[in-house]
Ligand binder design. Structure first.
Ligand SMILES: C[S@@+](CC[C@H](N)C(=O)[O-])C[C@H]1O[C@@H](n2cnc3c(N)ncnc32)[C@H](O)[C@@H]1O
Length: 320
């Protein structure tokens, strides 16, 4: 697994950049337009894999991502974009000097873990947490982020590189629906963010344009398939919903016998976005526009729909 990842990174030249990175506190030595964090936006995302049959250079580096600090103003903006609040558990993957976890602990009193491959940075982070009086909340471990258990976190922060984000993506998508992810500068290719933001970052150690991009995703419930259920009423109506899903975007085809008279079905469709487990949408069908909602609870969808007779509850189970 690790060898595969290193080959992939070596193939895109990023591992070489990691080698060029300096000691803690030093900015990476990529020149203008170089591919270090912050030097370019998502438009320059490199391909995830080398082309078929391309020669595979040998692994070159242990650390895929050089150490570059996120400016404090951007740390705060990332925590705001993630909507960090009491009750959250934060995980910073590649935590550098610990600033994201420490700031979340001082600002919101949330527990956090920073995992960092460089033990010197882990020691520095622990010192900084002690100085800030939050060492009970802000913990740091010397660990490979690819071998870290992500499942406890409700918020994950990243300042990595495009290929590393992409290599992490399947594991992020498998997390509990509703988990928030915020990445400094780099996106996740065709998993489009829920929100993006650009802010001036005057103290940024890399990049010609002193600004930072931030992207936020909410892990969506996986609800693609065919669902059968009922709309409450007298009598209850039968319901069939077909859902196609691409990340948080869903296309929904709704067929029910509600409100349509004997033996006829109401057909409607909607395009909408899932916010974790929840969606609001408007069915566009024979009854005109009808507002509807649902919450996904495992293999069950539960929601409401506005019918001619008023708001009705509905529920459905996935059959395929
Ligand atoms: C761009 S810095 C970000 C530091 C910090 N999160 C911040 O925003 O200021 C990326 C960090 O990831 C660490 N890193 C690189 N590869 C890693 C890996 N496989 N596992 C854990 N940390 C890694 C680097 O040592 C570096 O400190």
């Amino acid at each position: 697994m690790r060898a595969d990842r290193r080959r992939l990174l070596a193939g895109t030249g990023l591992a070489g950049l990691a080698l060029a990175a300096g000691l803690p506190g030093c900015a990476l030595s990529a020149g203008p337009g170089g591919a270090g964090p912050g030097s370019a936006g998502p438009a320059q995302v490199a391909p995830a894999t080398p082309g078929a049959g391309a020669p595979q250079p040998p692994p070159q580096a242990l650390e895929e991502v050089p150490y570059v600090q996120t400016p404090d103003v951007i740390v705060d903006a990332m925590l705001d974009l993630a909507e960090v609040k009491r009750g959250d558990i934060l995980l910073d993957l590649g935590s550098g000097d610990g600033r994201v976890v420490i700031r979340a602990a001082t600002r919101f009193q949330v527990p956090g873990l920073g995992v960092e491959i460089d033990p010197r940075l882990v020691e520095l982070s622990r010192d900084r947490a002690r100085q800030a009086g939050v060492s009970a909340l802000a913990r740091f471990e010397t660990q490979d982020l690819f071998e870290t258990d992500l499942s406890k976190a409700t918020v994950i922060t990243l300042y990595l590189l495009p290929d590393v984000n992409l290599a992490l993506r399947p594991r992020l998508l498998a997390l509990a629906p509703g988990t928030r992810i915020v990445s400094h500068d780099w996106d996740m290719a065709d998993w489009l963010p829920d929100r993006s933001l650009v802010l001036p970052a005057p103290g940024k150690p890399v990049g010609l344009r002193k600004e930072s991009q931030m992207h936020r995703w909410t892990v969506p419930a996986m609800i693609g398939g065919i669902w059968l259920g009922r709309v409450e009423g007298s009598p209850e109506a039968e319901l069939e919903i077909r859902i196609v899903q691409q990340f948080q975007r869903i296309g929904l085809h709704w067929r029910s016998s509600a409100d349509t008279g004997r033996g006829r079905s109401m057909l409607a469709s909607a395009d909408t976005r899932l916010a974790g487990t929840q969606a609001r949408f408007r069915l566009e069908g024979t009854q005109g526009l009808q507002a509807a909602t649902f919450t996904a609870r495992g293999e069950r969808l539960e929601g409401t729909v506005q019918t001619a007779a008023g708001e009705r509850r509905w529920w459905a189970r996935r059959v395929r």
